[in-house]
Design a protein. Structure first.
Length: 325
């Protein structure tokens, strides 16, 4: 017993004296990152889709909102439901529900992760015009980002990181107008986010940076460096893309410029000044820049691939758990 102790102490002593910097460096780098379950993220995606289209003012919206709040609470988050009446471009008044889950709410240093949870009321990019007034199921466009974030919430609740994490599911992102009539239709999108950025759930709310997940479930999806992200938060884009590369996910996270997308992160940057990026599927060879099933009745679970959810989830967990206080 005594001999063993002696040997151990000597070994520690030698290590400490001969490579003081190296061992300190090693200690700092040893971060335990919980293991992401793509099956679980896929299941959370499916559960949302099972409510049907999550369109503001519908019963499916209320049912899914309650599912999202309950699930975040079950994972240990402090949950705020932010309800508002918002007027869309055609004058319709909508009940909008942002769902905010806070982990480690007292921590000063925070990271904000977000996705929209509503689905588009019209499949107006469908090749068949008779589908243009039908709703989009939004398996990829909406549910996939929330699915990844719910799985992250489960892991964060079980393995509290040193920093604080806020997860926001924004409503009423996808009610925007596509008319090119000279009016400012850009701002008809992302209404839930615009409302929150002007009326944050906590006065003076701050986060170090924000990451938006939008359409993160497509088979063989490619995520390029979206332009608005690079403009407002190029170092965060760098942090995420290099983390992905070093984890072997470089085929998903392509380190090249993509398009500019008016998306929730724009308003988090512009209106509340939190440097934020968008991880969004971008296809440089498609007409819209998005997948062929974007805003069509084919945005269903058959296009959601666990490998893509996995690449995004693992990458973001590494980003969050490597943040230092
Ligand atoms: C526009 O089409 C202007 N923005 C795309 C934002 C979006 C819609 N993301 C998902 N659906
Ligand atoms: Zn959409």
């Amino acid at each position: 017993m005594r001999k063993t102790l002696f040997i151990l102490l000597t070994a520690v002593h030698i290590t400490a004296c001969s490579h003081p910097n190296k061992s300190a460096e090693k200690e700092q780098k040893t971060v335990i990152v919980p293991s992401f379950s793509a099956d679980s993220a896929y299941h959370y995606t499916q559960q949302q889709v099972d409510f049907g289209p999550r369109i503001p003012n519908t019963d499916a919206q209320l049912a899914c909102a309650s599912f999202l709040s309950t699930t975040l609470k079950r994972f240990g988050a402090e949950v705020t439901e932010q309800k508002a009446k918002l007027t869309v471009y055609d004058g319709t008044s909508l009940r909008s529900i942002n769902i905010i889950g806070s982990f480690n709410p007292k921590a000063e240093k925070r990271v904000l992760l977000f996705s929209h949870w509503d689905s588009r009321p019209w499949a107006d990019s469908d090749t068949n015009p008779s589908n243009h007034k039908k709703p989009v199921l939004g398996a990829n466009d909406g549910a996939s980002g929330v699915g990844v974030l719910l799985e992250m919430a489960r892991l964060i609740g079980n393995n509290p990181p040193t920093i604080g994490v806020d997860i926001i599911f924004f409503d009423t992102e996808d009610y925007g107008s596509t008319a090119h009539d000279g009016t400012n239709n850009e701002d008809s999108w992302c209404l839930g986010t615009q409302y929150w950025a002007k009326n944050p759930h906590i006065t003076g709310y701050r986060a170090e940076f924000g990451i938006l997940l939008d359409m993160v479930g497509g088979k063989n999806a490619t995520f390029y460096r979206e332009q608005i992200s690079d403009q407002f938060a190029t170092d965060i884009v760098g942090k995420v893309w290099s983390q992905a590369e070093s984890l072997g996910f470089g085929k998903y996270f392509v380190n090249q410029r993509g398009g500019a997308v008016t998306d929730d992160h724009l308003y988090v940057n512009k209106l509340i000044g939190i440097p934020s990026i968008d991880i969004i599927q971008y296809d440089p060879n498609s007409g819209t820049g998005f997948a062929s099933y974007w805003h069509t009745i084919d945005d269903t679970m058959k296009n959601v691939d666990k490998n893509t959810l996995n690449a995004v989830g693992i990458t973001l967990l590494h980003v969050v758990y490597n943040e230092k206080l």
